[in-house]
Design a protein around this ligand. Structure first.
Ligand SMILES: *Cc1c(COP(=O)(O)O)cnc(C)c1O
Length: 340
């Protein structure tokens, strides 16, 4: 039995999800004739209280399309130094939109409205790039699954209004935040111009992300998706997995969060561990003491069929998910405890 805690992307569709996929009604989605995709898009638009939603193969493509919709070449995007759009999308902001990033030195991937204000270039100062977009990530990935306080999200909205900036939410793991903080999707829909959500992380789908926004900003989203090579045909088979996940896999995220906390408690008692970052959702990030060897620690776990991942800078990560069972959890806790 291999226990894979590298990411919540490693899940495989359950029988129920596969059945939903295999019985999906499909059509050519490039002509917008796939009924299942249309239902999924409408459902997500409604859930967030927005007018339009568009299905994408990946979260990266959905984020990149959003950035393209909000910016012109040469513009400046404000995001945290940990942001996925900056660190893990292959330099796509430069490649796809000819945009540069102003990185905020935030706290666990989150920043304040004042830090946004301090990052905006004066629009009439033509020497510096024109600031046009702020991107927020909730939960934060590299920040250890941290959840934003909604107050700060609201304050940043005001800054965006005052300075005529777009406001994008990378909500790859927004589901974890909604469950952890008991928030409603509509709260986010009211505040952000565009929101990307992933179906392939905690929700357990094999593939799929959705970009959500109002009519005006989404008008050219389908063209951008086509340009990026993301126009797909009978993709209702995948959208059906998304609909199944929305029905079945959101509430259960609580279990992933509980297991992550329990792992964190055991980790924090191990002598070779320096710090375990606060655990709010399903991501556990921790650091070893200077004299402990990272490779040996990871190998020790691998020898016990437990896979975890290095984040660079001495940080290690574990992520709980749908395929991480109670039995696996007992085993992981046992193996960790034995490392005392
Ligand atoms: C996973 C993730 C994405 C999208 O990743 P893809 O692998 O392209 O689907 C975007 N943002 C964050 C914060 C993520 O964790």
């Amino acid at each position: 039995m291999i226990i894979d805690l590298r990411s919540d992307t490693v899940t495989k569709p359950t029988q129920g999800m596969l059945d939903a996929m295999m019985s999906a009604q499909v059509g050519d989605d490039v002509y917008k004739e796939d009924p299942t995709v249309n239902v999924l898009e409408e459902r997500l638009a409604n859930l967030f209280g927005k007018e339009k939603a568009l299905f994408f193969p990946t979260g990266s493509m959905a984020n990149q399309a959003a950035i393209k919709l909000h910016t012109n070449p040469g513009d400046l995007l404000i995001c945290d130094k940990y942001a996925h759009v900056y660190n893990y999308e292959g330099g796509g902001v430069a490649f796809n939109s000819a945009v540069t990033c102003k990185l905020i030195d935030g706290n666990r991937g989150m920043f304040t409205a004042q830090q946004v204000i301090d990052s905006i270039n004066p629009p009439d100062f033509y020497h510096s790039p024109l600031t046009s977009l702020v991107a927020v990530e909730n939960t934060t990935n590299k920040g250890g699954g941290a959840c934003w306080g909604f107050e700060e999200i609201l304050k940043i909205r005001e800054v965006c209004d005052d300075h005529n900036l777009g406001y994008h939410l990378d909500g790859a793991r927004i589901w974890n935040a909604l469950v952890a903080k008991n928030e409603a999707a509509k709260q986010y829909g009211e505040i952000f111009d565009t929101i990307s959500v992933c179906l392939s992380k905690g929700l357990g789908c094999p593939i799929g992300s959705v970009l959500i926004g109002d009519e005006v900003i989404m008008e050219h989203a389908i063209r951008i998706r086509k340009i990026f090579g993301g126009g797909m045909r009978q993709v209702g088979y995948l959208a059906a997995a998304g609909l199944y996940a929305l029905d079945n896999n959101i509430e259960r995220l609580k279990e992933d969060h509980k297991k992550a906390k329990e792992i964190g408690e055991v980790l924090s008692q191990l002598p070779m561990i320096k710090t375990v970052e606060p655990i709010e959702t399903n991501i556990i990030i921790f650091e070893l003491n200077e004299d402990a060897d990272e490779t040996t620690f990871v190998q020790n776990l691998a020898d016990n069929n437990i896979k975890i991942i290095g984040m660079g800078g001495g940080k290690l990560r574990m992520v709980t998910h749908l395929d991480y069972t109670e039995g696996m959890h007992e085993r992981v806790l046992g193996v960790l405890k034995s490392m005392k």
